[in-house]
Write a protein that binds this ligand. Structure first.
Ligand code: KG4
Ligand code: ZN
Length: 338
């Protein structure tokens, strides 16, 4: 059994092949970070053009590295959404062409559920039901599932995604893009407490997230202290600010995880998406899972960020349920349930 995954939802062109035991045969990712870094965020039109340029070479490299023939592939799994629509369409149309060419079924998958399914590559027994967090540059969502097929949306961000907030704060501090890993590294060099930032709670008791108040409070602090533009060569101030921001941003996530765990009592916790690389989130979520006496699964960093191996995993799960798509499948830019 061989599943090919194709992922172009944002700024990574990714193609991977896995087998029916979730072993990765090849997992190729072409990153566009250099192109978008000068703009401090992803520029959709540039992303789409890069996908068009890269998809065939990435696909060819993947087939070569997996050491397979095209006819060995049993099923094609491709991201349908959510994401940038003109980026999604590149991967989707490529997958359709491949499906016609090799006469193998097409399956379209939800990128957020794919992030949650990335854990199956490293861990074989994932107890159900589970609570899953997807925290990335475009999304901050909590899901609860009893069967890893139907996902109940427990919470989502009402404004920025957490990774987007990290990237915007990094831009204010002239740190480059993507800002999450840079802020995380600086934050580890200092204790939090230099500034007190708000940890947003919803007035209606919902578990939804919000990061825009935190971002605005951070901006007004810099403005009040005449730190815009941010001065160069001020490492100790940078580490103090980074640590205060990281503490507040991760506290928002941990607060919601704690409430959701006590409400839903799942059998395990999954943390996924690019922000799952974050050192503080990893530490604090391990603590919280142990407080509730449940196992926690967090992929290794290379499987937290966008990749097509996770797209293949969820495609395989849909394949086993015969949930095929046809050539009229369209891209879904916003969150949708299967
Ligand atoms: O999942 P991903 O690769 O792409 C999206 O679907 O968005 O996530 C990328 C996001 C970026 O916003 C990046 O700054 C953030 O993940 N990120 C981090 C860390 N590593 C990546 N944020 C905080 N701490 C990190 N260590
Ligand atoms: Zn993603």
């Amino acid at each position: 059994m061989l599943i090919i995954g194709i992922e172009t939802s944002c700024d990574d062109t990714a193609v991977a092949v896995i087998d029916g035991e979730y072993n990765i045969k090849a997992n190729i990712i072409s990153s566009q970070v250099k192109i978008h870094s000068k703009y401090g965020g992803v520029v959709p039109e540039l992303a789409s053009r890069e996908h068009l340029k890269n998809i065939l070479p990435v696909f060819n490299q993947c087939i070569k590295e997996a050491n397979i023939n095209l006819n060995d592939i049993d099923v094609i799994s491709v991201t349908k959404g959510p994401g940038l629509v003109i980026s999604l369409l590149v991967g989707l149309n490529f997958a359709k062409g491949l499906s016609i060419n090799i006469k193998k079924p097409l399956i379209t998958v939800n990128h957020l559920y794919a992030h949650l399914n990335s854990v199956f590559i490293e861990y074989k027994n994932i107890p159900l039901p589970y609570l899953g967090l997807v925290a990335s540059g475009g999304h901050t969502n909590l899901f609860y599932t009893e069967d890893n097929m139907n996902f109940n949306s427990i919470a989502r961000t009402r404004d920025d995604a957490i990774g987007e907030a990290y990237d915007k704060i990094a831009k204010l501090l002239n740190l480059g893009y993507p800002g999450g890993p840079i802020i995380d590294k600086l934050a580890q060099e200092c204790e939090p407490g230099y500034i007190n930032l708000p940890i947003a709670k919803m007035s209606d008791n919902s578990l939804d997230f919000s990061f825009s108040g935190l971002k605005t409070a951070f901006y007004y602090f810099l403005k009040k202290e005449h730190l815009i533009p941010f001065p160069e060569n001020n490492k100790s101030l940078l580490t103090a600010l980074a640590s205060s921001f990281q503490h507040a941003a991760i506290s928002i996530i941990i607060d919601r995880l704690e409430k959701a765990l006590s409400m839903l009592k799942p059998k395990c916790l999954i943390i996924s998406g690019g922000v799952a690389c974050n050192s503080l989130l990893r530490l604090k979520s391990i603590d919280i899972a142990s407080k509730f006496h449940i196992p926690i699964f967090i992929p290794k960093p290379s499987l937290c960020t966008d990749n097509a191996a996770m797209t293949a995993v969820i495609g395989y799960h849909k394949f086993k349920k015969k949930l095929f798509d046809n050539l009229s499948a369209d891209a879904e830019p916003t969150y949708y349930d299967y």
